[in-house]
Structures are given as structure tokens and as C-alpha cells.
Ligand binder design. Structure first.
Ligand SMILES: O=C(O)[C@H](O)COP(=O)(O)O
Length: 321
């Protein structure tokens, strides 16, 4: 049985699938030729990350498709309900990349707090001649320890962020519109068991008290979650990190908030359009940028590949019984 992994899959995933008897094709087929390829090659399982779109139209013209697998968390690139209504299996790997995304949040936080993006841009240009001047311009760095991080969205990734933050000595506050006001139990093991309860609170509390805000929510169906109004409610000099979905933050409002110094810095892994054509975002000295690489670690991609292989094998096993 042939599997097309159109956005790639790590070797561990390929090995695990081949062990189950699959033939894994990793050729990247452009979106416009995808349906033809699937039909011609008799592909029954299509694996994607976030780049390939699996919309109703594709599902309709590929009647042989049986399984759509998303190697990752967000399924906004797949018409999931429609696919399921047509009897297709749609699977994803919701817990495989949480740690990697959480670590990237802190990469952006440390970057912004210690001016790493400016250092990395400016040192090659003027590092030798203006070393002392550059050093002086980065003197207002801040520690994360002792600061308050506001986590919006306390799912798997939000909880991993909370654990790292606590380890760094930060105060954690959180909001989650799925659970409302609730107590979320964090369990972690670092050679000793530690249990910490986080009480979620309304968004307003996060805006008012957080020094750093990080977003861990799905793609928004009803417009931006963070726009000019929300920035206005934040603490002066707060920072914001978005490693969730692009449409969550209004990019124009973010640029205004940065330029008025309301917001000290931002870290963005996701953008309204990807790749982003927004030159102001790309060139802003106080935005740390990554090209949607939250889940792009060897470890996360290994776990993703193995999880997909296990789920596919189990679907087929159930079909054969
Ligand atoms: O939803 C996800 O899992 C992340 O956004 C990662 O997307 P990617 O697989 O395209 O890197």
C-alpha cells in the first residue's frame, strides 16, 4: 500500500511505516498536481504537515483516499469534518511536538529580552568597529527570572511552557477559554516529582499583569484574538510571543504597539500569510522571527513519524478484523 508524505516525514517514520509493509513516497507534489498524482499512483494514505491543503475539492476528486494524516497538531489545512463525513480517517499527532514548541517560545523570549536578533544582525556589519557602542546599546537586557508570563491557551503546549517557566523562576498566570476558570495540574519529573496547580483567570487579568504573553490557541475563525484594543490593555513594555497560528495577532496592530513602545518586543513563528510578504514585520529590529519551525526538531519529527505509523497500522488492523 502506497503512502504519500507530501510535506516530508522523518526517517524514523519511514522506517516504522516500511516495517508495516508500506511503500512511502516523499516526493513533494505541488498542490495543483496532487489529485492527479494520488489517483494515478493509487495513494490511499496522504500524510501532510501544514503546507499541503486537503480541502473538500481534493477529497471529492480522490475517491480512493482512505486516511489523511497530519504530522503535527493544527488541522486548519484539512477539511476534517467533511473528510470524516465521507468516511475517511483523519488523524494527527497532538502530543508529539509540545516540548519543541515550548522550547521555541523561550528561544524567542531570551532573544527579545537580550537583543539577540539585533546582535546577530548588527555584529557582522559593525561588530569590530563599534563593539563597545553595540554593547552599550544592549545594556537594558532583562532577566526572565522573577517576571510574570501570561499563557493564553493551557493545552499541551501551554502546559509545557508553564513547566519551563516555573523552572526558570517565573510567575505563571494563564487563561483558557476552553476550560474557563479552572485549576490545571502540572505534573513533572526532574529526578523528583513536582506537582503545581495553575488557576486560570480571565484574559483581562493576563493583559494587566503579564510581562510576557505567549499564545497557544488554534486558528481563529472570528477574526484576530489580539488587536489594538488588547494591546492597549497590556502592561507598558510587555512582550508577546506567537508560536500558535498567524491570524491570532493583528500584525498591523502589533507593529503600531511596537512603534509606540507599548510592546517591547515580539517573537513570531507564524504569520497571517506564510510565507509572509510583510516587509515591516520581516525587518523590524524588535521582532524575533522563525519560519514556522515550532515543531521542527529531530525529536518532535521522530515522535510524529512514529505516532503516525502506529495510528495507521492500528486503523488497518481494525479494518481487517
Ligand atoms: O500545528 C502544528 O503542528 C505546527 O504548526 C507545526 O506545523 P508544521 O508541521 O507545518 O511544521
Amino acid at each position: 500500500m502506497k503512502i504519500l508524505a507530501n510535506d516530508g516525514i522523518n526517517q524514523s517514520g519511514i522506517d516504522a511505516l516500511e516495517k508495516e509493509g508500506f511503500d512511502v513516497i516523499t516526493t513533494k507534489v505541488p498542490q495543483e498536481f496532487l489529485a492527479d498524482f494520488i489517483n494515478k499512483e493509487g495513494i490511499k494514505t496522504l500524510l501532510v504537515r501544514s503546507a499541503t491543503k486537503v480541502r473538500k475539492e481534493l477529497i471529492d476528486i480522490c475517491p480512493g483516499l482512505e486516511i489523511i494524516g497530519r504530522g503535527g497538531v493544527g488541522m486548519d489545512n484539512i477539511d476534517v469534518d467533511y473528510a470524516r463525513s465521507k468516511g475517511l480517517h483523519v488523524i494527527n499527532t497532538p502530543s508529539s511536538s509540545s516540548e519543541s514548541v515550548a522550547e521555541l517560545v523561550f528561544a524567542h523570549l531570551f532573544t527579545g529580552a537580550r537583543f539577540l536578533q539585533q546582535s546577530n544582525r548588527e555584529m557582522p556589519l559593525k561588530g569590530n568597529t563599534e563593539f563597545a557602542k553595540l554593547k552599550k546599546s544592549f545594556e537594558a537586557g532583562t532577566e526572565l527570572r522573577g517576571k510574570t508570563i501570561g499563557i493564553i491557551g493551557m493545552g499541551r503546549i501551554g502546559q509545557e511552557v508553564a513547566k519551563i517557566a516555573l523552572g526558570l523562576g517565573m510567575k505563571v498566570i494563564a487563561a483558557d477559554n476552553q476550560v474557563g476558570r479552572a485549576s490545571i495540574k502540572l505534573k513533572f519529573y526532574n529526578g523528583q516529582f513536582i506537582n503545581v496547580d495553575i488557576e486560570t483567570e480571565p484574559l483581562q487579568g493576563i493583559f494587566k499583569h503579564a510581562d510576557f504573553i505567549t499564545l497557544h490557541v488554534p486558528a481563529q475563525k472570528n477574526g484576530f484574538m489580539i488587536g489594538a484594543q488588547e494591546f492597549a490593555l497590556m502592561k507598558d513594555g510587555a512582550a508577546i510571543i506567537n508560536c500558535s497560528r498567524g491570524g491570532v495577532i493583528d500584525e498591523d496592530a502589533l507593529l503600531d504597539a511596537l512603534d509606540s513602545e507599548k510592546i517591547s518586543f515580539a517573537g513570531l513563528d507564524v504569520f497571517i500569510n506564510e510565507p509572509t510578504p510583510n516587509e515591516k514585520i520581516l525587518n523590524h529590529p524588535r521582532i524575533s522571527l522563525t519560519p514556522h519551525t515550532g515543531a521542527s526538531t529531530l525529536e518532535a519529527q521522530d515522535r510524529i513519524g512514529i505516532s503516525l505509523a502506529k495510528q495507521i497500522a492500528s486503523i488497518l488492523q481494525n479494518q481487517n478484523h
